[in-house]
Design a protein around this ligand. Structure first.
Ligand code: K7E
Ligand code: CUA
Ligand code: CA
Length: 647
C-alpha cells in the first residue's frame, strides 16, 4: 500500500505496462515452447482480453496490502501438503502464512534426518543385495490423503514417484514416510488418488485402495523384447492396498494415463489420456482431435480378478485384467469406458458435490464435465455412446490444466498459456451445453505469475470444500522475487476465494519444483509429539546398552540423554562391521539429538523416545568424535564420545 502511494499514479501505470509486456513475452515463449502445440491452439479465441488482464493485475497489487497476515506467535488455519517434483520429497506449509513447516524426505536422501542413511529408512526406501539403496532419486507430483465419510480422516497421505514408479505412504501423525511400493511393469507412474469408499460395501466408507495411472507405455514385460515396435507396448492402471501397500491388481488399457480421480461412492476411478494415439513421438501424440478420459468400474474389475480371469506379466504375480476397448465392447460387462474429451487433456478432478469429474483440455481451450450418474448408466447399457456422459464443455481459456472447487458450485481451472486462473460455474456450463445462450459460465479470471500448473483449494478435494483459499502453483516466477542466478524459485500464490471476487493475497517461494498439493484444515491433523519407545523393537534400554561382538560383527547399543551419550568411549577394530543403535531417552517435546561420525558418512537424528540404527564397515583406523549435530542443551557441543578404530 505505502509504496504504491509514494510511487504515484504515473509510476503505477508504468509498472502495470511493464508487467503487461513481460506477461506478453512469457505467453509467447510458452507457446513457442510447446512447439507443434501452436497448431492446435491457432484457432482458439482468447477470452478476457488484454485490457481486462492488466486491470486485474493492478487491482491485485493493491489488494496485496490487505493480505491476511499471521502475526508472530499465531498459528495458521491450514496445512498444505505439497509435492516437490524432482526434489523427490513432500512438504508441509502453513496457510495462509506460507511458512514452510517441514520437508518430508521420501524418495530422496536427507542428511538432516538421516533418511537413506539409517537402516530403518533404507529398508523403507529399498536396497540392493549389497545393502546399498536401490534408488536415490525420485519425482513426486501428487499428494492425496486418506478419506472417511467423504473427508480427510488424518491417517495417511500418499505421494507418487514418477521416475521409478513407486508409491509412498506418509503417516499424518508423525509426518514421516512408512512404506514405499514399486509398481511392476509400469513406467511414468504419474496420477494417483485414494478411493473414498468401497464400491460394494458402503459401510466401508473410508480409504482402502490407492489407484495409480501410468503415463509411459513399455514392453510387457520390459525385458528387452519388442524394443523396436512401440505399437506392441502397453500401460497398466494399478490398485494398491492402502493398508498393506501391496499391489492388488492391474488393468491394461489402450493409450496412456495421466492424472487420476475417484468417485465419492467408490464405484469409479478415472484417468485422463493424452496419448490415445499410442504415439511414440510428439507429432503422433497430437494426431487425434479428441483424446479420452478412461473410467474404471472397480466392482467388475475386482469380481474378474476374484474369478481368476486374469493373466500375469513377466515375474510379477499381480493379476492383470484386460481393459482395452476390444475386450470391453459390451457396456454391460465392460471394465472400462473411454469418454472422448478435448485434445491432449491434463488433469481430472472430482467435484465436492460428488456428481462430476472435470477433465481439462490442455491443447483444447475447454474443460469437459462428465456426469458420474451417466457413467453408471453407460455401464448398465443405458446410453449409446460414452460421449453421452458429457454434460458440459465450456471454453474457459488457453492451456487449461487442473481444476479446484469451492463447494459453492464454482470451479477454478489453471490456464497455463494465459497465466491465469479462471473461475467458472458448473451449473451454468451445463445449461450452456443444453443450449442456454444466456448462461454466464465464466465468472472471473485472475492473473497469476506465471504459467500455473496445479491449483488446489482449501478442503477442495472433500465434501467439506470450504471455499476460503486457492493456491496457484506457478512454474515461472521471473520478476516476482530477487533473482538468485539462473534458476528462479517457483511461485506459490495464495488467492482468497471467499468473496465475490478472487483476491491475490500473497506470493511465496517454493524450491523447485512443486506440482500438486492439498489444503487441509488444521483440526483434521492430529500429530504425535513424542514416540512410544515400545514402538521400536530394537530400542536400547539401560539393561541392553553396551557393546557386543560376534566374530567381526560389533553391535554398539547407545542411549542419549541430554547432554551425553551412554558410552564415552566406543572401541572397535579395523575391518569390523559395526551397527550403532541409538535410542533417545529424553522425553521432553522437541528434544532431539543428532549422531554424526566423521569420515564414516554417518549423520542422523533421534527424536524423543525414538530409536534408529546404522550399519557400516569400520574400514579405516583412527580416533573419531561421534558427536551430537542437533542443538539439544547448553552442553550440546560437549555431547560427544570417542569412537576408536584400532588398526
Ligand atoms: Cu500437472 Cu505431474 Cu499434476 Cu505437475 S502434473 S503441474
Ligand atoms: Cu544432543 Cu545436541
Ligand atoms: Ca493426443
Amino acid at each position: 500500500m505505502d509504496s504504491s502511494k509514494k510511487a504515484g499514479p504515473e509510476q503505477e501505470q508504468d509498472n502495470v505496462a511493464s508487467v503487461a509486456s513481460r506477461r506478453g513475452f512469457l505467453s509467447k515463449s510458452a507457446v513457442l515452447g510447446l512447439a507443434g502445440a501452436t497448431l492446435g491452439l491457432a484457432g482458439c479465441k482468447e477470452e478476457g482480453g488484454k485490457g481486462g488482464a492488466s486491470a486485474s493485475a493492478s487491482a491485485a497489487a493493491k489488494e496485496a496490502g490487505g493480505a491476511k497476515e499471521i502475526a508472530p506467535g499465531q498459528l495458521d488455519d491450514y496445512y498444505a501438503f505439497t509435492s516437490a517434483g524432482h526434489g523427490g520429497e513432500a512438504r508441509v506449509i502453513g496457510l495462509p502464512s506460507g511458512r514452510t513447516l517441514k520437508r518430508i524426505p521420501v524418495f530422496n536422501m536427507d542428511c538432516m534426518v538421516g533418511w537413506g542413511i539409517t537402516n530403518e529408512s533404507k529398508k523403507i526406501m529399498g536396497t540392493k543385495a549389497d545393502g546399498s539403496l536401490k534408488y536415490t532419486t525420485g519425482d513426486t507430483h501428487h499428494v492425496h490423503a486418506s478419506y472417511k465419510n467423504g473427508t480427510y480422516d488424518g491417517r495417511f497421505m500418499w505421494v507418487n514417484d514418477k521416475i521409478h514408479s513407486r508409491l509412498a505412504r506418509i503417516r499424518m501423525d508423525t509426518m514421516e514416510c512408512d512404506k514405499i511400493t514399486e509398481l511392476p511393469n509400469v513406467m511414468g507412474f504419474h496420477g494417483m488418488f485414494p478411493d473414498k469408499c468401497d464400491p460394494v460395501d458402503s459401510k466401508i466408507n473410508y480409504t482402502t485402495r490407492v489407484f495409480c495411472g501410468a503415463e509411459f507405455h513399455i514392453p510387457l514385460p520390459n525385458d528387452g523384447h519388442d524394443l523396436n515396435d512401440p505399437s506392441k507396448w502397453g500401460a497398466l492402471f494399478s490398485c494398491v492396498s492402502a493398508e498393506t501397500m501391496e499391489v492388488l491388481w492391474q488393468v491394461r488399457v489402450d493409450g496412456n494415463m495421466d492424472l487420476v480421480a475417484t468417485s465419492y461412492d467408490g464405484k469409479f476411478a478415472a484417468s485422463n489420456q493424452y496419448n490415445t494415439e499410442n504415439g511414440a513421438d510428439l507429432p503422433s501424440m497430437m494426431e487425434s482431435e479428441r483424446d479420452a478420459c478412461v473410467f474404471f468400474h472397480i466392482e467388475r474389475i475386482e469380481a474378474m480378478v476374484k474369478a481368476g480371469k486374469f493373466t500375469t506379466i513377466g515375474s510379477s504375480k499381480v493379476p492383470v485384467v484386460d481393459g482395452r476397448k476390444a475386450a470391453n465392447a459390451d457396456p454391460k460387462t465392460a471394465l472400462t469406458c473411454y469418454v472422448p474429451v478435448g485434445k491432449n487433456p491434463h488433469g481430472v478432478n472430482a467435484s465436492p458435490d460428488a456428481k462430476y469429474f472435470v477433465c481439462s483440455g490442455k491443447l483444447s481451450p475447454t474443460a469437459t464435465v462428465i456426469d458420474l450418474g451417466l457413467i453408471a448408466k453407460w455401464f448398465e447399457g443405458g446410453l449409446k455412446e460414452p460421449r453421452d456422459t458429457v454434460v458440459a464443455e465450456p471454453e474457459i481459456g488457453l492451456g487449461p490444466l487442473h481444476t479446484a472447487f469451492d463447494g459453492k458450485g464454482n470451479a477454478y481451472t489453471s490456464l497455463f498459456l494465459d497465466s491465469q486462473c479462471v473461475k467458472w460455474n458448473v451449473d451454468a456450463a451445463i445449461a450452456q451445453f443444453k443450449g442456454d445462450k444466456k448462461a454466464k459460465v465464466i465468472i472471473e479470471k485472475i492473473d497469476v505469475h506465471y504459467q500455473p500448473g496445479h491449483n488446489y483449494s482449501s478442503m477442495g478435494e472433500t465434501k467439506e470444500a470450504d471455499g476460503k483459499y486457492l493456491n496457484s502453483g506457478n512454474k515461472f516466477s521471473k520478476d516476482r522475487f530477487l533473482p538468485v542466478g539462473p534458476l528462479h524459485p517457483e511461485t506459490e500464490q495464495l488467492i482468497d476465494i471467499s468473496g465475490a471476487n478472487m483476491k491475490l493475497v500473497a506470493d511465496h517461494t517454493a524450491y523447485s519444483e512443486p506440482h500438486d498439493g492439498i489444503i487441509v484444515r488444521r483440526d483434521v491433523v492430529k500429530t504425535r509429539q513424542i514416540y512410544n519407545m515400545d514402538d521400536f523393537p530394537n530400542a536400547v534400554k539401560p539393561e541392553t546398552a553396551g557393546i557386543t561382538r560376534e566374530g567381526n560383527k560389533v553391535h554398539v547399543r547407545l542411549m542419549s540423554i541430554a547432554p551425553a551419550y551412554s558410552m564415552p568411549i566406543i572401541k572397535v577394530k579395523k575391518g569390523d562391521e559395526v551397527t550403532i543403535t541409538l535410542t533417545n531417552h529424553d522425553k521432553v517435546e522437541d528434544l532431539t539429538h543428532g549422531c554424526a561420525l566423521p569420515t564414516y558418512n554417518i549423520n542422523f537424528i533421534v527424536n524423543p523416545q525414538e530409536t534408529k540404527s546404522v550399519t557400516f564397515k569400520a574400514d579405516h583406523a583412527g580416533a573419531f568424535w561421534l558427536y551430537c549435530t542437533h542443538f539439544c542443551h547448553a552442553l550440546h557441543l560437549e555431547m560427544r564420545s570417542r569412537f576408536l578404530v584400532e588398526a
